[in-house]
Design a binder for this molecule. Structure first.
Ligand code: CP
Length: 333
């Protein structure tokens, strides 16, 4: 494996093999497997889990890592092509990224959506331009529309807990005071479809996932025996659900227009996941969220603090699946 930029870079069989490797490394640790290897981590946006789990995973495999968060002890980086750099950024990614890549054996890059032009974000224009500067193995730590490591962790979490392969997976929009990117919802529907699940996207009007995102998930479902549909009807979606995957994202009907998005979401404060959402769900229906989550805004305490919530296990599995990715990438087996 040379690059992990999107879950679609891996076939279903490759995902299953990676998850098997993750389980093997969990039960039979290999603390010297990556001795002498260095992972560089470049975060253009904040992180808790991704940053800490990659550093911990590299250390647990005997390797080392360094983290760059531009503007926090290192130069601010300019990402715009053709920019006249008379502002705060002292260095352009066109120099900065190849320099960092030259110091390490693999590089991880986090660069969220610009959030202005939906077509450009769906095409991963900005992330791909930066990825083209890297001549080493590269891991997407979350881009405009993709978060493959989160998807692998979520898949393994469902396997760990015996969530049925063909179970009902409801990706539900959840309230947040402002528009958040599409990376996690887009990757979650693709992941669940590839796992063979009955995927339902539950969202208010104006927040439909973009057609290319739904099409990609439907293609994955066709390969795996799953299905994908969307609805705004909560009872319809949640009836018999095995998973409610809560996630906040921006209005796609007015993408990039913060004022219009704000008017739409202003009426949607009741899209906070509460216990009564589970009234008609499967008895052992679980609550998933990639974290961070705003308590009592996106998901209520009563759900996050209940046995339904598996958010901690998802976060833990970031470590296990990323160790498998690093092992494949840097050991080559
Ligand atoms: N889920 C996730 O990627 O968390 P962080 O943003 O904290 O890395």
């Amino acid at each position: 494996m040379k690059r992990l930029l999107d879950l679609a870079d891996l076939g279903r069989e490759e995902v299953l093999a990676l998850l098997e490797l993750a389980r093997r490394l969990e039960t039979r640790p290999e603390p010297h497997a990556l001795a002498g290897k260095i992972l560089g981590l470049l975060f253009l946006n904040p992180s808790l889990r991704t940053l800490a789990s990659f550093q911990a995973g590299m250390a647990r495999l005997g390797g080392n890592s360094f983290v760059i968060t531009p503007g926090q002890g290192t130069w601010q980086l300019e990402t715009r092509l053709g920019a006249v750099m008379s502002g705060a950024a002292a260095e352009h990614v066109r120099e900065g990224i190849p320099v960092l890549a030259s110091y390490c054996d693999a590089l991880g890059l986090r660069a969220f959506a610009d959030g202005k032009d939906l077509a450009a974000d769906l095409a991963e224009t900005s992330f791909n331009a930066m990825a083209s500067l890297v001549d080493k193995p590269l891991i997407n730590l979350e881009s405009a529309t993709s978060h493959p490591c989160q998807a692998l962790a979520d898949w393994k979490t469902m396997d760990d807990l015996g969530v049925p392969r063909g179970g009902r997976f409801v990706l539900s929009w959840a309230y947040h005071p402002r528009a958040l990117p599409l990376a996690v919802p887009a990757t979650a529907v693709h992941m669940a479809a590839l796992r063979g699940m009955e995927v339902i996207v539950l969202r208010p009007e104006g927040f439909a996932l973009p057609p290319p995102v739904m099409e990609k998930a439907r293609r994955a479902a066709a390969l795996s025996g799953g299905s994908v549909r969307e609805t705004a009807e909560r009872d319809d979606a949640l009836s018999g659900a095995h998973i409610v995957y809560a996630k906040e994202w921006g209005a796609t009907s007015c993408y990039g227009d913060a004022a219009a998005d704000g008017r739409l979401r202003g009426e949607l404060g009741h899209w906070c996941v509460r216990n009564d959402w589970f009234a008609r769900a499967a008895e052992d229906c679980r609550l998933m969220h990639c974290l961070p989550v705003r308590r009592n805004v996106a998901v209520a305490d009563e759900v996050l603090d209940s046995p339904r919530s598996i958010v901690q296990r998802e976060a833990y599995n970031r470590l296990t699946v990323q160790m498998a990715v690093l092992y494949r990438m840097l050991k080559g087996i």
